[in-house]
Design a protein around this ligand. Structure first.
Ligand code: GLN
Length: 471
């Protein structure tokens, strides 16, 4: 069952929240050893389900939460040995809002350490496998959340997206994933990677399910000064008729897609035309360079954000009589990829290099934004692939630069702050292919509205549940 269907069953008392919880826990016990979506399960889930008021709007819904989003009293590791025993004394706003409406946290999902990666192979604990093919990655960094939803080990999940980490795993795992406009969902309680790019976003197996989560968690939060006062109206938007819309297809400089991705794009264009959208080719000249700017700015912010893990206040400490040695040994607990990012970030911020790298990347970011603004005079929405190919085999990207190139299509939305949605749009062999819609700043609802029409027009043909459903 999709999350909104489950909710309807619970509302009419055909199922109790406890029965839903039990069904998911049993299935996780059976299937998750082969997938590795979860790092920690909520051991109080059954108690919480029993105590729940079934009249609450999200009662009966269970959410898998990426393990870089803090959950009060429930271990939160960020996929790192630095935080492997961290039990947060507070709750992320996104989680608090879902819980206040009756949703429960099923467990915490695997990720690349601190969100750094595109395959979930950089988790300090173990890699997660793709439910469509266990020899392949589920994408990353929110790979645990995407795999959990794809295998129906959770009806809903939260991820975080700094450079594509909700959308690319959603595409690789055949589910929907939204990176909201920067600021629409509070970042309070999201363990910082690159603060000017980070956003929490939902993953689910239908557009309506994304809308349920967004309506519950988006909106102004006094605990996050960058949060926006844009009241969410996602479910309502799904009921409204589509106005005439121009859909811009971005192709320029973006070659190298596999035939399955090209086919999905062509087929989607026909469906969108059938829905009355006017399709046109548009040009976003700076986009192919966005990756270069991203891999300067994100590590720069990360090097600053991760400086706090020095053994004195937060997380793990490797004891030593000597302070410098204590800090050094503690920071040695970071994984290889995180160390690489800290080194890159520290380098581009160093006084002799700041102007050459960081300042230029910031200037480029302004240009990318200006171009996007101009583009949205010509088109109301943009369409491009989420990734140039479907899920790749585990262990097949040993070169860090090859992994960075995975993010070519996704980092643009983060650098500009624009909302972007990945939706299932076909298959290449047995593997799902995702496409991505981008909308102007603050128009997240429009993305869901159009993707919902696509979902209906294709009769959910692109949604598969390779391992069947829990309920
Ligand atoms: N793959 C990108 C990175 O490694 C994006 C990660 C993310 O969005 N958290 O930085």
């Amino acid at each position: 069952m999709l999350a909104h269907e489950l909710r309807a069953q619970v509302a009419r008392k055909a199922l109790s929240p406890k029965e839903v919880a039990q069904a998911y826990l049993e299935r996780i016990a059976k299937l998750d050893p082969g997938i590795g979506a979860y790092l920690t399960l909520n051991e109080r889930l059954l108690e919480e389900a029993e105590a729940l008021d079934p009249a609450l709007p999200l009662a009966g819904l269970m959410v898998a939460v990426k393990d870089n989003i803090v959950t009060k009293g429930l271990r939160t590791t960020a996929g790192s040995r630095l935080l492997q025993d961290f039990i947060p004394p507070y709750e992320a706003t996104a989680v608090a809002r879902l819980k206040a409406r009756g949703a429960l946290v099923l467990g915490k999902t695997n990720l690349d350490e601190f969100g750094m990666g595109s395959s979930t192979e950089h988790s300090a604990f173990f890699p997660t496998k793709n439910p469509f093919d266990p020899t392949r990655v589920p994408g990353g960094s929110s790979g645990g959340s995407a795999a959990a939803v794809a295998a129906d080990l959770a009806p809903l999940a939260l991820g975080s997206d700094t450079g594509g980490s909700v959308r690319q795993p959603a595409a690789f795992s055949g589910v929907y994933g939204l990176k909201p406009t920067y600021g629409r969902v509070s970042r309070f309680g999201l363990i910082a990677y690159a603060s000017s790019l980070d956003q929490i976003g939902p993953l689910a197996r239908s557009v309506r399910d994304l809308a349920l989560l967004m309506d519950a968690m988006a909106g102004l939060d006094s605990l996050d000064a960058t949060s926006l006062d844009l009241p969410p109206r996602f479910q309502q938007a799904l009921e409204e008729p589509l106005p005439p819309l121009r859909l811009g297809v971005v192709r320029e400089g973006l070659s190298g897609n596999t035939p399955g991705v090209e086919r999905a794009l062509e087929e989607a264009l026909r469906v969108f035309e059938g829905l009355g959208l006017r399709v046109k080719e548009v040009s976003w000249p700076a986009l192919p360079l966005a990756l270069n700017a991203y891999y300067i700015l994100a590590p720069a912010e990360a090097s600053s954000n991760l400086a706090r893990y020095d053994g004195t206040l937060y997380g793990a400490r490797v004891a030593s009589e000597d302070l410098e040695e204590m800090v050094g040994r503690t920071r040695a607990l970071f994984g290889l990829e995180v160390k690489r990012r800290i080194l890159m970030g520290t380098f581009v911020l160093a006084s002799g290099y700041y102007e050459a790298y960081y300042a230029r990347a910031q200037a480029f970011r302004r240009r990318l934004k200006a171009e996007a603004k101009a583009l949205f005079q010509e088109a109301d929405l943009l369409l491009l692939p989420t990734a140039p190919h479907p899920a790749f085999p585990l262990g097949s990207r040993p070169d860090p630069l090859a992994l960075y190139r995975e993010d070519l299509y996704t980092v643009g939305a983060n650098l500009t702050g624009l909302p972007a949605l990945s939706f299932p749009a076909g298959f290449e062999g047995a593997l799902p292919v995702g496409l991505q819609l981008l909308a102007p700043w603050g128009e997240d609802e429009r993305l869901l509205q159009v993707a919902h029409r696509f979902e209906e027009a294709t009769a959910r043909a692109h949604l598969k549940t390779p391992l069947g459903e829990t309920l």
